[in-house]
Design a protein around this ligand. Structure first.
Ligand SMILES: Cc1cc2nc3c(=O)[nH]c(=O)nc-3n(C[C@H](O)[C@H](O)[C@H](O)COP(=O)(O)OP(=O)(O)OC[C@H]3O[C@@H](n4cnc5c(N)ncnc54)[C@H](O)[C@@H]3O)c2cc1C
Length: 554
């Protein structure tokens, strides 16, 4: 008999770990397999966005992130310069993690926690869930699905031993070259090559003492030919990730060329050790579908974007949270046939939006173009540096302020969201305007008892009643219970929060998005509950309701 699990997750990168952890947190058994030993050869992500930190808050792991070894007193300035010993063109100042405060619209702030520190935190979280099993050195070989489940062949990469796993659902968080996506025949749409870039991590504990620019997080080097490299303080101490941006054509750099580029950026000869070199291709791609039947893809398997903005992993973790509660609903028996298809409807447009914004950020980063006088020690050179610095600072500020991307993503067209017909809000990637319109992330507000509204949401649905009695919500909750939908009622006497949420009753999903709201309880609670659990399509129920109203009126 093959081993059997409700969910098989492929790939223990940050997204697979988040999915397994969230499933475990919801009490769902799953097996997570990872072909490698889980160690990070070269950390890629280092920005944990504010929404991901809100998930970490829900999972109870914020203190783990705050305790990660990234120094919390390290300033986060972004500096635009011709060289560490050259001209400073501009600077966007950002405080250290110790000094930064959450935005008004969230109980959390974004964190700097590179992948070699964040993956182990997610691994610890996932492993601490009793229902999660993680197997490293284990790869997916193939799978087939049928009406009742998925049969996968997996292999221990050390021994070569193969075995069969049967699962109800399979989730491919297996990265940009996803074998799961390939097996499903899903194409990636977009631009397969934006740049051929080379990332080099070098160690130099005394780098800051070699120049006068002080400590900074990201350095963007601009020469007369335009933006040519960047350098980030990857661990805030002795390691630096130097990135030679390149162009659309293949670049195969020799070690001498890499060393010459580092010398050019720093401006003096100095001692350092190259730890890793990774050539990679920057892409702009979104999968044409996020799954097929009982098999789903998420994270980089579903969207591959330029790192400019730090959206990739954060978008993937949102995928994981969206998919997790829907799989839970199906496995617990209260999810209907529209629920899993809504994963694609909800998440694919968000992936596409973030991929596009990441590419716009790349264009901003490359915007200085050719400025032959940039390095001239003349009044003309000075005027060029002033102009380039001002224009670049303005352009780059868009990349640093992206709350609209992190908090403002909405599921307006979802078949499992009951629209209230209010106008669709603007989707500015830079500005987040809180809204409790169905489909949006339920907004944060501090409650009198010191909790955030977000602390009320999570495992099941939460029906908020502003100044409402439990009796008023009783039949709604009763109908939900009848259908097996986990739901609890929370009465709030908080006028400011009521103003923010705009309706007397607001129903929030297990992922923290608003499913439905109104000033009155629905005459037919089952209609709403059947839509939000995916038993019927919102449009068909609403059309039937309108017909009924018309019939009653005539
Ligand atoms: C330079 C750089 C900087 C970045 N900075 C940020 C940032 O600051 N913030 C951010 O949000 N994003 C950032 N990103 C993007 C981010 O790193 C990725 O989006 C993220 O790592 C994707 O996570 P994932 O789990 O989907 O995929 P991956 O991290 O690629 O993990 C996939 C895993 O699946 C495993 N796997 C593959 N095939 C199989 C198989 N057949 N069987 C078993 N296991 C398998 C792989 O070994 C791998 O461990 C950056 C990217 C780059 C290149």
């Amino acid at each position: 008999m093959p081993e059997s699990f409700p969910v098989l997750v492929i790939g223990a990168g940050p997204v697979g770990l988040a999915l397994a952890g969230d499933l475990g947190w919801r009490g769902i058994r799953c097996l997570l397999i990872e072909q490698s030993d889980g160690s990070i050869y070269q950390p890629r992500m280092d920005l944990v966005g504010v929404r991901t930190m809100e998930f970490c808050r829900r999972w109870g792991i914020v203190p783990w992130v705050e305790a990660s070894p990234y120094p919390r007193d390290y300033p986060q300035d972004n500096i635009y310069l011709t060289g560490l010993n050259g001209y400073e063109l501009g600077r966007e100042r950002f405080p250290s993690m110790n000094d930064a405060r959450p935005p008004e619209t969230s109980p959390q702030k974004r964190e700097r926690c590179p992948q070699n520190m964040f993956d182990p935190i997610l691994k610890r979280f996932a492993s601490s869930q009793a229902s999660v099993e993680i197997r490293y050195h284990t790869r997916l070989v193939s799978f087939v699905q049928d009406a009742d489940g998925v049969t996968a062949e997996i292999e221990n990469v050390n021994s070569g031993e193969r075995s069969t796993v049967r699962a109800k659902y399979l989730a491919g968080a297996d990265g940009a070259r996803s074998a799961v996506r390939e097996a499903l025949g899903i194409k990636m749409v977009g631009k397969p090559v934006l740049t051929h870039t080379t990332n080099v991590i070098f160690r130099c504990p005394h780098l800051v003492s070699l120049h006068d620019k002080g400590k900074g997080y990201r350095h963007i080097f601009v020469g007369p030919e335009g933006t040519w490299s960047t350098m980030v303080a990857i661990n805030g101490a002795d390691q630096w990730r130097f990135s030679i941006v390149g162009g659309p054509e293949q670049q195969d750099l020799t070690m001498d060329q890499i060393r010459a580029a580092i010398r050019r950026a720093v401006g003096v000869d100095f001692e350092y050790e190259i730890l890793t070199v990774v050539p990679w291709i920057r892409r702009e791609l979104v999968a044409e579908r996020l799954g097929d039947g009982r098999v789903f893809i998420l994270g980089d398997a579903a969207h591959v974007m330029s790192p400019t903005g730090g959206f990739g992993m954060n978008t993937g973790i949102q995928d994981a949270v969206d998919l997790s509660w829907k799989l839970t609903a199906m496995l617990e028996g209260w999810g209907g046939p529209e629920l899993l298809p809504s994963y694609d409807v909800e998440r694919r447009p968000v992936g596409a939006r973030n991929v596009a914004e990441a590419s716009r950020n790349l264009q901003r980063m490359l915007s200085p173009g050719h400025n032959p006088a940039l390095l001239d020690p003349t009044p003309e050179g000075e005027a060029t540096r002033k102009r380039v610095g001002a224009e670049f600072s303005e352009a780059m500020s868009h990349e640093w302020h992206t709350l609209g991307i992190h908090l403002g993503y909405r599921y307006d067209d979802s078949p499992v969201v009951w629209s209230d017909g209010t106008p669709v809000p603007d989707g500015n990637p830079h500005v987040y305007k809180p809204t409790a319109r169905p489909g949006a992330r339920a907004p944060h507000a501090w409650l009198k008892d010191g909790r955030s509204t977000l602390d009320l949401f999570g495992r099941g649905f939460t029906l908020l009643g502003f100044g409402a009695d439990a009796a008023e919500a009783a039949s709604f909750i009763h109908v939900a219970k009848e259908r097996g939908v986990p739901m609890n009622f929370v009465r709030l006497e908080e006028p400011e929060v009521a103003k923010l949420y705009e309706r007397k009753f607001v129903l929030v999903r297990p992922d923290g998005h608003v499913a439905w709201r109104d000033d009155e309880m629905p005459a037919r609670p089952g209609d709403v509950i059947d839509v939000i659990r995916g038993a019927v399509r919102a449009t068909s129920v609403q059309a039937a309701g309108e017909k009924r109203l018309a019939a009653n009126a005539s």
